[in-house]
Ligand binder design. Structure first.
Ligand code: URA
Ligand code: SF4
Length: 217
């Protein structure tokens, strides 16, 4: 077996037996994540919902349908990207995951990032954004303020990773304003992804550094 496949099966088996946080009590199937282990693009969402918990796969409910449409509408096959969440068991009544639960599951989140070694990491929503930006010591100012700009970072020993925060697709389901913003952001994600596939990123997309350093975008 290829090294990466071996490490992935180890993660999957640990998650399936995991009881590091109380969410294990409520799960039907754990949702470790899915996608090619060599994908250049990694999405991090929030938590499995009902459908994900039934199927053991991320983003297969209505938010997932929207995510898939936004990717495929821009010529990116869903099957080419890796998708995971900041927690891998469904919170009861779809409540938001707590900081403790996200921290407990963080061991898997970081193992998956290191394993996939993406060039572009997209965080969906506040929970994923706060966790991932926390790893690189950037204060999370809320998704509305952070979204739509990339920042290039060294993350968990990986060099030059583009981080790009945006809204969670579930927020867009009932809010047309958020949907339009998400569409703009996915246009940028597509540009970045195409640029990465050519091994060079254009300067077209605005950088979050300007924002962090007090720029006036
Ligand atoms: N929402 C998420 O954040 N993750 C999923 O896997 C499904 C819906
Ligand atoms: Fe373990 Fe993560 Fe599930 Fe909590 S959510 S029990 S840490 S796999």
């Amino acid at each position: 077996m290829h090294d990466k496949d071996f490490i992935w099966s180890d993660i999957v088996s640990k998650v399936s037996r995991c009881s590091k946080c109380q969410l294990h009590k409520y799960r039907n199937k754990p949702v470790p994540g899915e996608g090619p282990l060599s994908s250049k693009l990694l999405f991090i969402g929030e938590a499995p919902g009902q459908k994900e918990d039934e199927e053991g796969r991320p983003f297969v409910g209505s938010a997932g349908k929207l995510l898939t449409e936004m990717l495929e509408g821009r010529g990116i096959a869903r099957s080419d990207v890796f998708i995971t969440n900041v927690v891998r068991c469904r919170p009861p009544n779809n409540r938001e995951p707590s900081d403790d639960e996200i921290t407990a599951c963080g061991e898997y989140t970081t193992s998956i990032i290191k394993l996939v070694n993406p060039k572009l990491l997209v965080t969906l929503g506040n929970h994923a954004g706060r966790f991932i930006f926390g790893l690189v010591g950037i204060k999370w100012a809320g998704v509305s303020r952070m979204r739509g700009r990339w920042v290039k970072v060294d993350l968990l020993g990986l060099k030059d990773v583009y981080l790009f925060p945006t809204f969670h697709p579930a927020t867009a389901l009932y809010n047309p304003n958020v949907k339009s913003i998400l569409d703009l952001d996915f246009d940028i994600i597509k540009d970045l992804y195409v640029g990465l596939s050519k091994e060079s990123v254009g300067r077209r997309s605005p950088s979050l550094l300007d924002f962090i350093q007090g720029g006036t975008h």
